[in-house]
Design a protein around this ligand. Structure first.
Ligand code: ASP
Length: 416
């Protein structure tokens, strides 16, 4: 199947899944056949199998393609420069995202006049979020197999980079191993291709299930909050990235978004940047023309430390909760929010719902009640899907910009 056709089918699967799910939610959730058999069994099982099969590829794909990429770079100083650039871009785009979100939230004032007594919050118990110091310590695996088994991205990246560097240093033996890794890499690509063919069914089931369970009733009382988050995501996702790509690389913005569509649908339906890594890496290499040495490094790194969409939700949520509890935030508080949310983004794992847990850290920093999170849990699943789509778009945008600046982007492929 041609990739263009496949993208169309994936988009249609998402659309029909959404429509069917919404119809089920409105009219048929009382019917056992629909709610128990279809939604909670058929859709749930197929959707979960699809997510698990994506996750299955993450560790081997990151390891193999990153080893190949680093070995191909052949120069440790280049690696340092790449890492530095990626880190800088990821931090700057996240800070930009949250500033935009705060600005919009302050203007729109979601949560003002919210009736706290009539709200029936789900209980929220804040989980312990890892400290920055611990995140840094955890970057070096004390056992790489354990890191792989747990799917811990940063230690896996560190180990793979070292392995790739050592291949370059090992001369003839290294060359032989590099050749083998390149073969494994080609095989991994085929595994991603197989999964892509199954994607329409998986995405249809995931979206249909979510829309069947997430009715509009959940959103209504929080409509203001929902709209502000969604608008900030849209603004950042479309305008900020377009400007960055245009100004910093001069590449066609239209081509970028056209080629990102299927990756965004994957992120939207799985709500997980991590699970989207295989598709995002292959898309960056195959469709955007980014060299493997860059894509295999910056995309997994971005999926782990770059969460622009998540930071946007956290910014709006902070203003919303402050408004609901009628607590005034000062300029210093806003700056603290920008800093903590940017740092929280680094420590947020690319899996569903973690953004909310890290929000506790942001709220704590400015002395807002963490229980406020309970108010927004109800609408978080849908927002999680949207912000994950923005998160992975940010990873790809930065990847394209870096690749272009390193002359490692095939413009013929990008513009094809
Ligand atoms: N689901 C998001 C991601 O995987 C993280 C979050 O905001 O909860 O990128």
């Amino acid at each position: 199947m041609q990739s263009k056709n496949l993208t169309t089918i994936i988009l249609l699967a998402m659309l029909f899944g959404g429509i069917l799910g919404a119809i089920f939610n409105l009219f048929f959730m009382e019917t056992t056949f629909v709610s128990v058999f279809l939604v909670n069994n058929v859709f749930h099982v197929i959707g979960q199998v699809f997510i698990d099969s994506l996750k299955m590829l993450v560790v081997p794909l990151v390891f193999i393609s990153l080893v190949c990429g680093t070995a191909a770079l052949g120069d440790i100083s280049k690696l340092g420069r790449l890492g530095g650039k990626a880190l800088l871009f990821y931090i700057v785009t996240t800070a930009l995202a949250i500033t935009l979100a705060l600005g919009l939230a302050i203007l729109a004032g979601p949560g003002e006049g919210f009736n706290l007594t009539s709200a029936v919050p789900t209980e929220f118990i804040a989980a312990e979020s890892p400290s920055l110091a611990q995140t840094i310590i955890n970057m070096v695996p004390n056992n790489p197999i354990e890191a792989m088994a747990n799917g811990d991205m940063l230690p896996l990246i560190v180990f793979s980079l070292l392995f790739g560097i050592a291949i370059v240093m090992a001369g003839e033996s290294g060359k032989r191993v590099e050749k083998q890794f390149n073969d494994y890499n080609a095989i991994m690509m085929q595994m991603v291709n197989i999964l892509m063919k199954l994607a329409p069914l998986g995405i249809f089931c995931l979206i249909a299930k979510t829309f069947a369970l997430q009715g509009i009733d959940l959103i209504k009382p929080l409509l203001g909050y929902f709209i502000v988050v969604a608008s900030a995501l849209l603004l950042h996702g479309l305008i900020s990235y377009s400007l960055l790509i245009k100004i910093l690389s001069g590449l066609s913005v239209w081509k970028f978004f056209q080629k990102m569509r299927s990756v965004q649908v994957f992120a939207f339906s799985t709500a997980s940047s991590n699970a989207t890594i295989p598709v995002n890496v292959e898309n960056a290499k195959g469709k955007l023309g980014v060299d493997n040495s860059i894509a295999s490094f910056t995309i997994p790194l971005g999926a782990t430390i770059n969460m622009d969409g998540t930071a946007i939700m956290q910014g709006v949520a902070t203003v919303f909760i402050a408004n609901v509890y009628a607590i005034n935030l000062t300029m210093t508080d806003y700056l603290t929010v920008i800093m903590t949310a940017t740092l929280a983004s680094i420590g947020t794992a690319g899996v569903p719902g973690v953004g909310l847990i890290m929000l506790a850290m942001v709220l704590n920093q400015v002395g807002l009640p963490v229980e406020g999170i309970a108010l927004i849990i109800g609408v978080d699943r849908l927002l999680d899907m949207m912000r994950t789509a923005v998160n992975v778009t940010g990873d790809a945008a930065v990847t394209v910009i870096i690749a272009n600046s390193e002359k490692a982007l095939d413009k013929k492929v990008y513009n094809s």
